[in-house]
Design a protein around this ligand. Structure first.
Ligand SMILES: NC(=O)c1ccc[n+]([C@@H]2O[C@H](COP(=O)([O-])OP(=O)(O)OC[C@H]3O[C@@H](n4cnc5c(N)ncnc54)[C@H](O)[C@@H]3O)[C@@H](O)[C@H]2O)c1
Length: 347
């Protein structure tokens, strides 16, 4: 019989619903959702009921000692990540943690060091690079259809009420850069490569939130390319592109542009081709969330395949810390008013 992966999901709140659906859908690929855990017994039991999971826990330590788990998927808020990741790694279990990886670069470094020391699989659930339009853009770039990328803009601007689903975001001291900025900075790495230095302007445009809700960042990549990476939850634009990331990339021989309707224009050699990059609507998904929901399942699938093959995920802790270092550099750049090299770029 093909190898199975016995999975326990920790945190059964807002975003975990997408993970629970994904793991259930991946049953045919070897995923076996055997336990769920939430501090709230009601939430844990509700998830177990909805997704036919045999066991529900309110304490991750109990779940670990009672179940023979292969993989723990942590979908709690960032203030709990290090404690829970550390507990799972200590128990010798492969671990996935939602973004943002940790509360600080130091925390991320400690988790990475622990996974290296124990030789444990540790992945960060970074799903934007697995959104269907972004996968297609990556393919077009790797085929050289616009030559070498030299300039780009990656833009996530919305006025959608994200606080309705995630009220805790109002109180985050480090807010948009580590919330959605981490995703768009990851895309910048994927499209243009590693970053030599960056500058950042941060704004708090909504007086009812604690941290910055707008970030405008300029990145110089090692390749020489420059990218403008921006995000806001305070946009007044209509129509609002939410939840689409708008992307423009100029290369040495052509250019591409992803619009809010998910149409991708690719210009090269005097002609422009327009292709549809919309994602399939999975049987558990609904518009307009379907692109994000599809990306969560693709991310889970990628991690599962890597675990089964015994290789690190492309979104390993090792990789994701480079994206986290960009967030950290953006805060320093904004505070110090200058270009900053990300931590992993320092001599
Ligand atoms: N990748 C994305 O696109 C995306 C989108 C939204 C949220 N997220 C991330 O998902 C994570 C969870 O966010 P959310 O909005 O679902 O939060 P949430 O507060 O809705 O859910 C978190 C759940 O974890 C539970 N919990 C907290 N501590 C626990 C512990 N020690 N043991 C067991 N359960 C515990 C809480 O009771 C809660 O039910 C965050 O890191 C967030 O940034 C990612």
């Amino acid at each position: 019989m093909a190898r199975r992966c016995r999975i326990g999901v920790v945190g059964c709140g807002f975003f975990a619903q997408n993970h629970l659906h994904s793991w259930k859908s991946l049953a045919g690929e070897g995923a076996e959702l055997v336990a769920v855990c939430d501090l709230s017994e009601e939430q844990a039991k509700a998830a177990a009921r909805s997704f036919s999971v045999p066991a529900a826990y309110t304490d991750m330590a109990d779940m670990i000692s009672n179940e023979a788990l292969d993989l723990v998927d942590i979908v709690t808020q960032v203030n709990t990540h290090q404690t829970l990741v550390s507990m799972a790694l200590d128990a010798g279990i492969a671990t996935i943690v939602q973004k943002p990886f940790g509360l600080s670069l130091a925390q991320c470094q400690e988790m990475l060091a622990q996974s290296r020391a124990t030789g444990q699989f540790l992945a960060v659930h970074e799903n934007f690079r697995f959104q269907h339009p972004h996968v297609m853009i990556r393919e077009i770039l790797s085929e050289g259809r616009i030559g070498d990328p030299t300039w780009g803009r990656i833009s996530f601007r919305t006025g959608y009420d994200i606080y309705a689903g995630q009220p805790y975001l109002r109180a985050e001291e480090r807010f948009i850069v580590t919330d959605v900025g981490v995703h768009v900075l990851d895309l910048a790495r994927v499209f243009f490569g590693e970053v030599r230095h960056l500058s950042a302007e941060l704004q708090r445009r909504n007086p009812d939130v604690k941290g910055e809700d707008t970030a405008t960042m300029t990145l110089r990549h090692r390749s020489g390319a420059v990218s403008v990476v921006e995000c806001t939850y305070g946009s007044r634009q209509q129509p609002d592109p939410f939840p689409v990331t708008l992307i423009e990339i100029e290369g040495t021989t052509g250019a591409l542009r992803l619009d809010a309707d998910l149409k991708l224009s690719i210009s090269s050699g005097g002609t422009t081709e327009v292709i549809d990059t919309d994602a399939p609507v999975l049987d558990w998904a609904e518009r307009p969330w379907h692109v994000v929901q599809h990306s969560v399942q693709v991310t889970c699938h990628h991690i599962l395949e890597c675990w089964l093959a015994g290789v690190p995920a492309s979104i390993s802790a090792e990789d994701n810390i480079k994206t986290y270092a960009l967030c950290d550099a953006a805060y320093r750049a904004a505070t110090e008013g200058r270009n900053v090299r990300p931590e992993c770029e320092r001599p």
